[in-house]
Design a protein. Sequence first.
Length: 360
Amino acid sequence: MIKNAYIHIPFCKSKCNYCSFTSFVDVSDIEKYLVCLEKEITFFYQNEKLNTLYFGGGTPSLLSVNQIKQLLNLFSFENDAEITIELNPNDIDELYLKNLLKTGINRLSFGVQTFNDDILNIIGRRHDSKEAINIVNLAKDVGFDNISIDLIYGLPNQSMESFKNDLEIAINLPIQHLSFYGLKIEEGCKFYKNIPDNLPDSDNQADMYEFLCEYLEKNSYEHYEISNFSKRGYNSKHNLNYWNNNSYYGFGVSAHGYDGYIRYSNKNNLKDYLENPFEHEVCSRLSKKEKLEEEIFLGFRKGEGINVKNINEKFGINFEKKHSDILLKYSDYFIKTNIGYSFNTKGFLISNSILSEFIE
């Protein structure tokens, strides 16, 4: 039984220079898209009471509150369900937030990225720092008590001093959760063919990451996942569902889903999705070996790491014996826990290299 769902809203007023996600600046098809989205949800959703629902994008806050409410009405929810929406700081106002609160949405995620106005301009964000600060405070004032913001480190012209200033502003806002992502310039974004000047190098990025881990821990934030920090009781339930390797629906263009056996992804092309929202572009039934590898990859993303006993029982292996060479080789990057193993901060920094060795 699937108890979690992701809905992709792929429209944006403009495309940020670092963004390679599936999004479209032509918003003329929003109404058609919502019709197809409703058809897809109605077709696949089995009326389970959801534990979590997440509106991601794109820019979900381009939808009206009524449009959001119509989508929410397609689902049933547990009493303590976490319902999250991503918001752009300058798309919304007090009335929008008040009406949003009435829909049952109870978690907000603001795409802030930095509080440095010069850098915001370089990366193509439409808001400035004052708008970001004001809207977060306004969200608290209207009644939201589970607020997250996204920040990026390794941005053009971003010094350690500038990054520390971002952190200081962030922890003084009425937020319960922070997500930090190192800048990655990938094919499909504007920066890919026009690499900006003054990018912090990998050593600078590593210094920023190590500093933020130490700084947030001192300020009572739990480092519960490689890129995510929260105050006690405010871990993202939806994202933990991914990292615990549980099932979830994926609705909308380019959305991914997993039913416990098959991972699937929807069409990336908007026109193709609008013509047939019922057909997945890719479906892959996972072998036992692939499931084990995913259990390891996803588990090590969490601050608590992997549960060796659970893995051994689930897959009929002796994890420590099977991977003794890797555990020994990277012993300086692992922490032995009461339940298994986790990465320390330096381990998180090179996690991709270490985890690649678990693939046979």
